[in-house]
Ligand binder design. Structure first.
Ligand code: UFG
Length: 336
């Protein structure tokens, strides 16, 4: 059985979906539902009735150690984390206890039960301000916010656990994740939402919330920031390949996940207008603190070693995200 922590959230739920559709369907979801949604778990259970769900919190050692006693877990995919950069600056204590302490409890329970394989959801935020671009896995890791620091600390803890206890981990460092399930059963659902694509699309439904572009005088082709947008289903597939690699080679490793194609905020906005066939209102506002002008992945290692092939175009991703926003809008309207 595969334990997926945080699978009631955005990326974890798409990973559970991808694994289920691939026939890796013996899945246990562990989530405290602090930012994830029980509705997402129910959707996943409709798709794959074998999925089991435990509501628990990694901060409570007993919650997670009892899972390993009760179920026969072979490997772990670990998503459960808080992931809002701004919130992490305002409330670092929340982030260190939730992300770092929570992961230590998870890893200790794994060691106690002799489960020594984990795929970990890391981030480009561990690199901090880019020293060169595109960023490869050897780029210095100097995070500029507590969120990035928590993920880097976890990577270091995993190194130490490898040396001492033989725990093997694959760390996947994500760039900017977008998109939704192609059948629109699940999608991105944050509250509050801070990410670019859902914010653009939400402004189509909510006429009072005008979409804001954070700065247009960066030293880039059109003055707006450039990011590397990768589809959530392609990303989910990389987790399947990473687990396969771990099972085959029993080796700790790290991979960037991005497409290596940079797109500006303005370009994403234009594609969103194309997808929605609407003129979307926007205004240019001040730069957001801590936004590097360009973040681009060198992801050739994942392509070569994991044989990862991201398939979806940005247009596809935004189209699925738009269809999902419609579903979410109706869902939220009905619950009000
Ligand atoms: N942006 C806007 N308006 C918005 C939201 C975003 O102009 O309403 C811009 C940002 O300034 C940035 C780009 O769109 O230039 C992307 O912003 P996101 O907030 O969507 O994503 P980030 O690049 O800030 O963050 C992502 C992940 C983080 C991770 C980081 C790694 O969401 O979890 O990449 O550097 F830490």
């Amino acid at each position: 059985m595969i334990l997926i922590t945080g699978a009631a959230g955005y990326i974890g739920s798409h990973c559970a979906l991808c694994f289920s559709e691939y026939g890796l369907d013996d899945i246990l979801i562990f989530d405290n539902l602090s930012t994830g949604h029980i509705e997402t778990v129910y959707e996943l259970q409709k798709i794959n009735p074998k999925i089991k769900f435990i509501q628990g919190d990694l901060k409570n050692k007993e919650d997670i150690s009892s899972v390993f006693k009760k179920f026969q877990i072979d490997s772990v995919i670990h998503f459960a984390a808080l992931s809002q950069v701004k919130e992490s600056v305002v409330n670092p204590s929340l982030y260190y206890s939730n992300n770092v302490l929570g992961t230590v409890n998870l890893l200790n329970s794994m060691i106690e039960n002799n489960i020594l394989k984990i795929v970990f959801s890391s981030t480009a935020a561990t690199y901090g301000e880019p020293k060169y671009t595109p960023i490869d896995e050897n780029h210095p890791q100097i995070p500029i916010n507590p969120y990035g620091s928590t993920k880097l600390m976890i990577e270091k803890i995993m190194d130490d656990y490898d040396k001492a206890y033989n725990l093997k981990s694959i760390r996947l460092r994500y760039f900017n994740v977008i998109g939704a399930d192609e059948k629109i059963r699940i999608g991105e659902w944050h509250n509050p939402e801070t990410h670019l694509v859902p914010n653009i699309l939400k402004s189509v439904f909510n006429k009072t919330s005008e979409f804001k572009i954070f700065g247009n005088d960066y030293d880039t082709k059109d003055g707006t920031c450039i990011r590397d947008y990768v589809d959530v289903l392609d990303l989910a597939d990389a987790h399947r390949l990473a687990l396969d690699y771990l099972n085959k080679f029993n080796k700790t490793d790290v991979f960037n996940l991005g497409t290596q194609e940079g797109q500006s905020v303005r370009e994403i906005f234009n594609i969103s207008q194309e997808v929605t066939r609407q003129e979307i209102n926007f205004k240019i506002v001040e730069k957001r603190e801590g936004d590097p002008k360009i973040l681009l992945a060198n992801s050739s290692k994942a392509k070569e070693i994991l044989n990862w092939k991201p398939k979806r175009t940005t247009f596809d991703s935004i189209k699925n995200a738009f269809e999902w926003e419609k579903v979410l809008f109706d869902k939220l309207k009905a619950s009000n």
